[in-house]
Every structure is written in C-alpha cells, then in structure tokens.
Design a protein around this ligand. Structure first.
Ligand code: ZN
Ligand code: ZN
Length: 222
C-alpha cells in the first residue's frame, strides 16, 4: 500500500505526523519539522491525494488515510533507526543515512520481520514511540527475535543488554546507575513474585514493567 510515494510527499506526511505528535498540525509546524521545503503546492498535492485536509481555520490536518499512511512511514523510519543502532552497532550519524531517508532501510514488505527481529521495540533511539504493527499486537514469540525484553529470560539464563527503552529519562538514569547499560550482562535469578536479576555482583529486583524496558540479545552469551 502506497509503497512508492514521491519522496516529498513522504516527507510532508512524516512532518505532519511529527507535528501532530508534538501536539499541533498547523502548517507552520509542518514546515518547521520538514527536511525539505513544504510549499503550499506540495500541501495541495497531498490534499488532492487525500492525505491532508485544510480546516475551516486554514490549518492543515492529516486525514484518516493520511494518518494511516504516515504511521506506516514513521514506523519504518523508527524501526530502521533501531536496526542501525542495535544490529549494525552504529550511531545514526555514522550510518550516513540522511535523517529523512531511514525509512528506505526497511522495505514495506519486511517491516514485520524486522520488528520481530528487533523484539518489537516500542521506542526509537531518540525515545520517540514506534507505532505498533500487527506483529506487536500478536506479541509474536515463535519467530526468532534477535532482541527480546528481559522479562522473557528463563531463570538462570544470561544475556547481554542491547538497549534500554525507558518510558522517561529519570528512569533511564536510574537503570544506568544500577549498572544496567547496553553491553552489560545480566542473569535472570527469579521471575515470581518479583523479577530479580544479577548484574556483576549485584542482585536487582525489578518490576515487570521495568524489566520490559530492558532489551537483551537473545543469542547465548558467556
Ligand atoms: Zn528516532
Ligand atoms: Zn512488532
């Protein structure tokens, strides 16, 4: 669906989505976050294609179709960022991909496979939410994931932390202060009633919700 949209429309839709995410869809904000120039002509083109609509106060908003299309693009963009950082082990800058071109790294047909491989991540490396796909709702566990959340570890299993995806920055700092940082090896000691892990010589009890914010590599580590 809409796999080969012109790049400027893709960027206008990404910009419209991002500005809605920030709480407004006004034309100036769409222009402010867009990588390329968002002209009236481009907005009108998006309107003709059924992606944007101009409200009575002259501000642009995404239509249902526009929102659905933008969501798919944003999802691929943010999954691609995770792919670069977690699998290719590069910073986003090192990858030399243009900020507006990350979505090209994940083809529409393999989005679910990549999402599953990455363990259905909920946030991109910028901590922006990744719109969930059908695979995330199914919480697919049969397909092999490269990365999974720590609460999936079996008792006695060790794994290296791939990344943290805490809901907020203070929590991220708290986890880091406990030594739970990318690269650290953790071992699951207990799953009920609380989730207890060992990291270095320290035993740490975590709420399940927090264990789900720690993503670990599922390949064996020694
Ligand atoms: Zn991002
Ligand atoms: Zn998923």
């Amino acid at each position: 669906m809409h796999q080969w949209l012109p790049q400027e429309i893709v960027e206008a839709l990404e910009a419209a989505w991002t500005s809605e995410e920030k709480g407004s869809a006004f034309t100036e904000q769409i222009a402010a976050v867009a990588q390329t120039e968002v002209t009236e002509a481009l907005l009108a083109e998006c309107e003709r294609a059924g992606y944007l609509t101009r409200r009575h106060d002259n501000q642009w908003r995404l239509t249902a179709l526009g929102r659905q299309t933008a969501e798919e693009i944003i999802r691929r963009h943010r999954l691609a960022e995770r792919l670069v950082v977690d699998v290719l082990r590069m910073t986003l800058e090192e990858s030399e991909a243009d900020a507006c071109e990350f979505e090209h790294l994940v083809a529409p047909g393999v989005t679910e496979a990549i999402c599953t491989l990455l363990g259905h991540p909920r946030f991109c490396p910028h901590q922006h939410p990744i719109p969930p796909g059908a695979c995330c709702q199914r919480a697919e566990t049969q397909a092999p994931s490269l990365v999974a959340t720590a609460d999936r570890l079996d008792i006695g299993q060790t794994a290296r932390i791939a990344y943290l995806s805490a809901a907020n920055f203070p929590r991220l700092q708290k986890l880091s202060a406990l030594g739970l940082a990318p690269g650290a090896v953790i071992k699951a000691l207990q799953k009920y009633p609380s989730f207890v892990i060992q990291c270095d010589e320290t035993q740490i009890a975590l709420e399940r919700e927090i264990a789900r914010e720690i993503y670990v590599f599922t390949n064996a580590c020694d």
